[in-house]
Design a protein around this ligand. Sequence first.
Ligand SMILES: Nc1ncnc2c1ncn2[C@@H]1O[C@H](COP(=O)(O)OP(=O)(O)OP(=O)(O)O)[C@@H](O)[C@H]1O
Length: 904
Amino acid sequence: MDQIPIEAQTSAVSAALTPMMAQYFEIKAVNPGYLLFYRMGDFYELFFEDAEIASAALGIVLTKRGKHLGEDIQMCGVPIHAANDYLNKLIKLGHRVAICEQVEDPAEAKKRGSKSVVKRDVVRLVTPGTLTEDDHLDARSANYLAALAMVRHGETDFALAWADISTGETFVADLPAERLADELARIAPAELLLTDVTRQALVDLHLFAPAWATIASTIAPEAADSEVALQVLRRAFPAAIFDPTALSRAGRSAMGALVGYVDQSQKGRTAPLRAPMLQASDAVMAIDAATRASLEILQTQRGMARGSLRQSIDLTVTAPGARLLANRLAAPLRQAGEINARLDAVERLVADSLLRMRLRSDLKAAPDLARALSRLALERGGPRDLAAIGKAVAAALELAEDLSSQPSLPPALTRLAKILGAAPRSLASELSIALDDDLPLFSRDGGFVRAAYDARLDEERALGSETRAVVAALQARLMDETDVRSLKIKHNGVLGYFVEVPASHGQKLLEAPHRDVFIHRQTLANAMRFTTTELAELEGRIAKAHEAALEIELGIFSRLRADVLAQTGELQALADALAELDVAAALAEVSATRFYCRPQVDDSLAFAIVGGRHPVVEQMVRAEGQSFVANDADLSGSDEIGGGKLWLVTGPNMGGKSTFLRQNALIAILAQMGCFVPAESAHIGVVDRLFSRVGASDDIAHGRSTFMVEMVETAAILNRATRRSLVVLDEIGRGTATFDGLSIAWASVEALHETTGCRALFATHFHELTSLAKTLTRVANVTMKVREWEGDVVFLHEVGPGAADRSYGIQVARLAGLPDPVIARARQVLDILEQRSVGTASSKDKASVLDDLPLFAHQPAPAPKSKDPIHEVLDAVRPDDMTPKQAIETLYELKKLRDDARRR
Ligand SMILES: Nc1ncnc2c1ncn2[C@@H]1O[C@H](COP(=O)(O)OP(=O)(O)OP(=O)(O)O)[C@@H](O)[C@H]1O
């Protein structure tokens, strides 16, 4: 546990308990639901229940000090210098914190009487959705605050507004109830604001997802009132850039709640929220939460970045680029025109590797402009943020130069070049002239303005250093006068400047004649410290010069800050352009280095992939020195033939079905986000909704079994998929009795084919389903090829026409290490079951055969395997006796034997 000196925490409490507690309760009462960080000297103190919560969460000592209504007051505290870390921990655990500062000098309070309490006020509410500091944020992910509003007028019932106050991005969308879950899964807000009434309505409609409970923050009904919202929004955005009446009532209400909450949390400071972008519901590919999870788009099902699509293709070189890439992956487009415009930019950069390299290298010099700008606007920024803005502008100008010399740029890149070229050059040069190379984090620390930038500042600084020379001269003189050669003038935070002599010389200075000059300050074990009137005077002069210099620096800081904020709009546009260019160059880099191809994207119902690969598994397989087997998929259809094709995929476990299914869904996502795809060629008619259920798992936490989850999700697909959708389903119906499962799978395939007409891949172990291809015209059977070799199964990972005749379940079980007796027994049972189904025995006989099957005790020993040439070689080998040359030759021999066996 962290130990914080208790005396330091408690002295102030016992000194003025009652009036201070009164103040504490007053502040606490207006900030319900927040842990109150109550500033006392160098600590933030927490009391009562807050103290219990914080001490448990942070692992810090809980103390008791003083009494309130006869009860001990629980208390704990965190030191100011470490407060950020503690705050971070609390927010990550889902707490909300009110920061209450002393807002007057304690000396002022004393003037009102010795018992007066220093005035305090809450200066900021810190919640998961309102973070701005780099320490609290993941640089490469957005941090959204969302507000969900409901207006039950029969028109648009729900609207969602969301913003990242660390960058200013703001969005609003009207949403039908059934799309709420999809949108929230896409945006993944850190905090969701809603009223109790809205929450209850969602619960009643069975729309309140359990996961939302952890991010929900309740707001008062007035905060979401659509009329109040109008006023809030008119105050927040100039009429020229945003007209709140253009929003639906629900939209207004959501935006009003969002802006109101941000204002309240920042206590009078204005977050640089941008005019909200209206999101049309048909602009992006609909991908529900289960599909996102199953395809592991932004993170794996275990919540890890490693292994996700995002991690695999994120070659961006800036944090804003990484955030934009994640947003694009989460929201692939639906308009072929827009998709192709993005692809044009990528294609241009794929073709010109020199340009791509230059852009990526120049982009590296561009810091996170949007976040620096936001911190400056919220008065939380320092000199480094100013410098970041200057550097980003300089990088933008450099990039504009790179692009301007290029012939035949596609419109998307021309647009970016134009925005980058318009970056405020004079601002960047002013910032680079003004700011030093080595910068402190806070402006209050001073020392960040370059020499020769401001004549008055130089003067004060010179005065400061001159006076330091005077101190050195004084030291030399005192040395001579006292004849103590080891006399030194030193400085520390407690005493300021002082004269120090070794203890052995101390007595001399306490006596005449020196005692008239030297005033004793402190005696240490081996030194004695003094001051002199002259030294105190000098110290005053140094402090004054330092103060004057700091004041000038702070003046320069606020002027530069104002210059920057005056150009907020232009700088935000610049930040967008930098991020867009980074994404285009990164996607081009992925596409070029991994041999992706440009997909043909149009409004047809095509889905023809030649030589498709799984973007993530391919990387993993390659890392292990193996090669990935490319596979074709053709689900293309047309309205004339009633929709797209449905492929029934059979094959053993581990055969590569899931990989094949997922890779096609991921190829659709990559194409529609504007990236090349891992294939030799791809023709994709825009997919409106993507559904993927691959490897469903149970949801015990929410009381739903595997089978129930699977059925709920299948229902969602059958009800919501359209002819333009792509559906990827794995083993529907496996979680129940065979005949029930088969019937459900059968009926689902029929429904997808007859009613929906979507393009679909349907993997199954029910081989009976493959007969559907005979009756349903757009259904085709494909299978994952395997080869049997000496009782083992070799997976070729190759998709070919036809249906699997066997499941190879027992071979896979053996590979997985099931004990030999169990495997042998399984083979016996399988033989008998297979005989039954072929019908070589009467049913009575079959039943009795099964009854009579010997159990483990009587079963024969597993048949000896035929001699394996590889084992023979291995048995003969004695590594200790081999030379390196012999070893390598043996390795070649083994590999050849394995390859020969495979070919057999
Ligand atoms: N096309 C491929 N090329 C190379 N290796 C592959 C390919 N497809 C799959 N694999 C490898 O095979 C492993 C198993 O694949 P996958 O999980 O897709 O099989 P499956 O048939 O879906 O099995 P299950 O039904 O048990 O989930 C993968 O982890 C991967 O290492």
